[in-house]
Design a protein around this ligand. Structure first.
Ligand SMILES: *Cc1c(COP(=O)(O)O)cnc(C)c1O
Length: 464
């Protein structure tokens, strides 16, 4: 299996290089050169297997010979043993035709654990095989940083540096990062905003001398291996509900489009997926794209579902690429229009092709609170505000016999402010995190300065 860039000029790479590269050298995103497919029999034979066994069957075609089968199997089993539910991603029924796919039973209670637990193991494996080390750097507004810290703790070949904006992440989110006392995990609180953190991280990557010397690597959601790991639960959910004999639709709380793009990939692999419903909060750029065929940047608004507060939805580039007939030069043009003019128009054919697979729905703050309340009173279940945006969207999928699966992307206890506002009740942290607020914390506070962060990384790194 080879991978090509959505902007058409970067070299083709194998899985092991895509895993470590993240972004392509031409600024594009890597996608498989062609989609591997599973036959109806292959899909039917997933029924009844453990999550890890299904994962191995779904992802093996993307990895090919890059990782020997036994080593891959060991990593997959190890990654999903960190989840506290035996089904890893269990389904719950919410309404006659709506199911919740709970993706929050991993170490940090959000769906990002599903990919990060496997990505961190595969990166470490590949680095050790090459006899290399890497410095992994990321900026976080909460969930990604926590998942990265849990993923990379205890790994041998990586040093992780996570920047968060001081005082601007919730206490639970900060503690999930800062109570991991591992010598290779470094939390940095920046005296600034999330955008300041992201600007510093981008500048570190653009300093090519530093980048090469430290062998910088990224773990944001454009990494192909993260997408790949997320394809698995579309299969497990659909098979549990009767695929391949029965088609299934999905509603997905969406920000950077990594999660729902994995659903698109599952469909291209042969899973009978009917509708893919993009669920957005008031940051509704993707709903506007589907309605108008134009991608126009607006201002980011802060909401109760902060992991979806986004205007540039990076992974959307991958479906734009498919929609425009895999024309990398065209995507390059659109992305430079985005940078210079703040927007671009999809071709009519691309707009139609994307609409063939996707619908979109926007849910405002009042509706989000209303959905948390309604779900509690109808089912007794507490849901987090991201999931609530997804459930509101799931209710808008055209009624049919096709079941709708809403991806539940975070545990409600992670977003108790919204849960309490909606229904006057708090969700409890699960037992493995119940002492989170008593644990010892460790982090460094740095000014909003590239030079200060760079000097700090050098002082802590064994590679400097
Ligand atoms: C990251 C995240 C999302 C958005 O996922 P994307 O892949 O960026 O679309 C939704 N909900 C939660 C809780 C998240 O952490």
């Amino acid at each position: 299996m080879k991978y090509e860039s959505t902007r058409g000029t970067a070299p083709l790479l194998g899985f092991e290089d895509v895993l470590l590269a993240g972004l392509a050298r031409d600024g594009g995103l890597y996608v498989p050169q062609s989609w591997p497919t599973l036959s109806r029999d292959d899909i039917a034979s997933l029924a009844g297997l453990s999550y890890a066994e299904q994962a191995i069957r779904v992802i093996t075609p993307f990895i090919g010979a890059a990782i020997p089968r036994d080593d891959l199997a060991a990593m997959v089993h190890d990654a999903y043993a960190t989840f506290v539910h035996p089904a890893v991603t269990p389904l719950q029924q919410l309404a006659p035709n709506i199911w919740l796919l709970e993706l929050f039973h991993g170490p940090t209670l959000a769906f990002k654990d599903v990919a990060m637990q496997l990505l961190s193991r595969m990166m470490d494996y590949e680095l050790q095989r090459r006899g290399q080390r890497a410095t992994i750097i990321g900026a976080t507004s909460g969930d990604t940083g926590a998942a990265a810290v849990e993923g990379f703790r205890g790994r041998e070949a990586t040093d992780l540096f996570i920047l968060h904006p001081k005082g601007r992440v919730s206490e639970a989110q900060r503690r999930q990062m800062t109570t991991v006392l591992d010598g290779r995990v470094h939390n940095i609180a920046i005296e600034g905003t999330f955008d300041d953190c992201q600007t510093i991280v981008k500048a570190l990557f653009n300093d090519l001398e530093f980048r090469d010397r430290m062998n910088l690597g990224g773990v944001n959601s454009i990494n192909w291996a993260r997408v790949m790991a997320q394809i698995v639960y579309y299969f497990t959910a659909a098979v549990a509900l009767g695929s391949p004999s029965r088609a299934v639709s999905f509603a997905v709380p969406t920000g950077n489009f990594g999660d729902i793009y994995a659903g698109y990939a599952a469909k291209r692999m042969g899973l009978p997926v009917d509708r893919l419903m993009i669920a957005t909060n008031v940051n509704d750029i993707l709903a506007r794209v589907l309605a108008t065929g134009r991608y126009d940047l607006g201002d980011v608004m802060a909401t109760m579902s902060p992991s979806m507060d986004i205007q540039i939805s990076s992974n959307f580039e991958r479906v734009l690429y498919e929609g425009h007939g895999r024309d990398g030069a065209k995507i390059s043009d659109l992305m430079s229009d985005l940078a210079t003019q703040g927007g671009f128009a999809l071709s009519n054919a691309a707009h139609a092709a994307i609409h063939d697979d996707f619908d979109a729905s926007r849910t405002d703050e009042a509706e989000t609170l209303g959905e948390i309340k309604r779900t509690l009173s109808e089912t007794g279940m507490l849901i987090d505000p991201h999931t609530a945006v997804g459930v509101a969207a799931a209710r808008k999928v055209e009624p049919s016999a096709t079941p709708v699966v809403c991806l539940s992307t975070a545990h409600p206890a992670k977003f108790n402010d919204a849960v309490t506002r909606a229904c006057g009740r708090q969700a409890e942290l699960p037992p493995h995190l119940s002492d989170l607020f008593e644990r010892e914390e460790r982090y460094d506070v740095l000014p909003n300065s590239l030079a200060a962060v760079q000097a700090h990384i050098v002082s802590k790194s064994p590679m400097a």
